[in-house]
Write a protein that binds this ligand. Structure first.
Ligand SMILES: Cc1cc2nc3c(=O)[nH]c(=O)nc-3n(C[C@H](O)[C@H](O)[C@H](O)COP(=O)(O)OP(=O)(O)OC[C@H]3O[C@@H](n4cnc5c(N)ncnc54)[C@H](O)[C@@H]3O)c2cc1C
Length: 507
């Protein structure tokens, strides 16, 4: 290996700083000089405040305890996502996508069995909201942390202030030796498949061995690569804009540990509870509602005062074909974006960097490197496409008739053959488990997630035969079990307060 090997990360949004931290940590014993260059005239996207449970692994691998980063980022816990107003099926007007708890193992079996029976025409309860602990905990303002230790951990994600997380990660990266340069890239010097240098406004030419494009939707480095191809997802996912607002937290209300993603007239709105505020955003398609009407709808839904400042954003939905091209790796919005319904973007960021670090070797013959790049790009594409299927499923399964948006999203969106096969299998009471098993990691989401989506939207025969009383009794037993277990978990606020106490054991 040439010493020192130089890495230039362009962009200081969440993706750039996540890359800087993971790279500095993994290569801490190698002669690698990492620099992160960001513009002070081009801002970060300023959203991205919900995560999947995968983010736990990010902090764990860096050895950063929750007590260090969560208070610094006004972060809260997330047990899952609630989806009101996506379905109109009686009993399924709202459903929950839970993160898994080992406590759900047995009652989850009742849910899986009931969904099968209901698909077969029996009137048994099958809304996931009733069969997992997460919805009970989060709607009752509990943290996914028991008062007394259990022999297992519950899965959970986080909500956080994106700006504060960026600052926190900047400080940890700098402490790990990453150089931070403020400047704006004005040109990219290429030599066939490779990038030699970027040209900046103040520091002139900056050369490096490896470039990481974290420049956001601009994709400054990746988009100029020879043969650059972007796979547009807009015929599957129609939303291309968002209007966001931050509301002060109402201290009289309990602090929920869930994201709420509520269907509006031409899209959906997130509510993300942080310690000091609630972040909200209406994600919509501007083919169906103009930006000012979307803003008016957001304001009306949230009863915002006139003085509330909102922010309008455009979204480019799709992915590149080659996330790693020559000596350039794309991470974050530069590599692609699937609309934020399942808050998956930072999971894709983390996964991309981790897999890159596993695949990358400082000195490798070009041919071997090429093979690795191909395998890597296929794996990342597979992940993007799996997430795409899951998110697309929400729109295909919606049953709303009230606006053209919902009807068109259900009837005209183009979905993959794989997703269509899964829906057909479900509708025909086929072997859904066999199909999911066969698809394996390609479908990304677990059996519990797919069942929660399909059942949660009320995708069942309309005409049902009555079930016997024992089924009803069993359902009530499950509800009693979950309700009873709630008390074993700490209040969300109390758990967050514990993180700031000095006598608290780091997580
Ligand atoms: C509406 C919306 C909601 C979202 N919600 C979620 C969510 O809940 N969960 C989730 O995981 N993700 C979410 N995301 C995605 C998430 O916001 C991003 O994945 C994340 O913030 C990473 O962005 P980024 O760092 O790639 O880009 P950005 O934040 O856009 O950062 C780009 C960086 O590049 C720099 N830059 C650009 N041009 C130049 C130049 N010429 N020279 C030097 N520097 C330059 C900028 O200064 C900036 O530092 C959401 C996205 C949108 C649009």
């Amino acid at each position: 290996m040439k010493k020192p090997y130089s890495v230039l990360i362009v962009g200081g949004g969440t993706a750039g700083w996540m890359a800087a931290n993971l790279m500095a940590h993994r290569w801490r014993d190698s002669e690698v000089a990492i620099t992160l260059l960001e513009s002070d005239t081009i801002g970060t996207i300023g959203v991205g405040e919900g995560s999947t449970p995968y983010l736990k692994g990010f902090f764990k691998s860096l050895g950063i305890a929750e007590s260090e980063w969560m208070p610094a980022c006004n972060a809260t816990y997330k047990c899952g996502i609630r989806f009101p107003r996506w379905s109109t099926v009686p009993g399924y007007e709202s459903y929950y996508h839970p993160f898994f708890s080992p406590l759900d193992r047995e009652i989850g079996q009742v849910f899986f069995r009931n969904t099968g029976q209901r698909r077969g025409g029996l009137d048994v309860p099958a809304n996931p909201t009733d069969f997992f602990h997460a919805p009970y905990l989060s709607s009752n303002a509990r943290a996914p942390h028991p008062e007394k230790p259990l022999p297992f951990e519950l899965d959970y994600g986080y909500h956080f202030d994106a700006g504060l997380l960026g600052r926190f990660l900047r400080d940890t990266a700098k402490a790990a030796g990453v150089q931070h340069v403020i400047d704006t890239v004005s040109a990219v010097e290429r030599n066939a498949e490779r990038i030699d240098a970027v040209v900046t406004e103040k520091h002139g030419r900056v050369a490096a061995d490896l470039f990481v494009d974290c420049s956001g939707f601009r994709a400054l480095l990746l988009s100029g690569a020879p043969g650059y191809r972007f796979r547009d997802f807009s015929s599957t996912l129609f939303n291309n804009a968002a209007v966001t607002v931050q509301m002060e937290r109402d201290q009289s209300q309990p602090l929920l540990s869930e994201t709420i993603s509520e269907g509006l007239s031409s899209g959906w709105m997130w509510r993300i509870p942080l310690q000091n505020r609630t972040g909200c955003g209406y994600v919509y398609s501007d083919h169906f509602v103009a930006a000012n009407d979307a803003e008016a709808e957001l304001r009306k839904t949230l009863r915002l005062p006139e003085s509330a400042r909102v922010n309008h954003l455009k979204m480019k939905v799709g992915r590149v074909e080659q996330h790693w091209h020559g000596n350039c790796l794309g991470v974050g919005l530069s590599q692609g974006f699937i609309e934020p319904l399942e808050a998956t973007a930072l999971m894709l960021v983390q996964f991309t960097i981790e897999h890159f670090l596993d695949a990358f070797r400082f000195s490798e013959p070009e041919a071997a490197g090429e093979q690795k790049r191909t395998g890597f790009n296929e794996r990342i594409n597979q992940l993007f496409d799996g997430v795409l299927d899951y998110v697309a499923g929400h729109y295909r399964l919606n049953t709303r008739e009230d606006t053209a948006y919902w009807r068109t999203a259900r009837e005209d969106a183009i979905i993959s053959d794989r997703l269509q096969a899964l829906l057909d299998c479900w509708d025909n009471n086929g072997d859904v488990d066999g199909l999911l098993e066969q698809a394996g990691a390609e479908l990304v989401y677990s059996r519990a997630s797919w069942y929660s989506l399909l059942a949660g939207m009320g995708r069942f025969p309309v005409s049902l035969r009555p079930a016997d009383a024992a089924v009803q009794q069993e359902w009530e037993d499950v509800r009693r079990f979950c309700t009873g277990n709630q008390a074993r978990f700490r209040q969300h606020q109390a758990q967050l307060d514990m993180l700031t106490r000095t006598d608290h054991e780091p997580a």
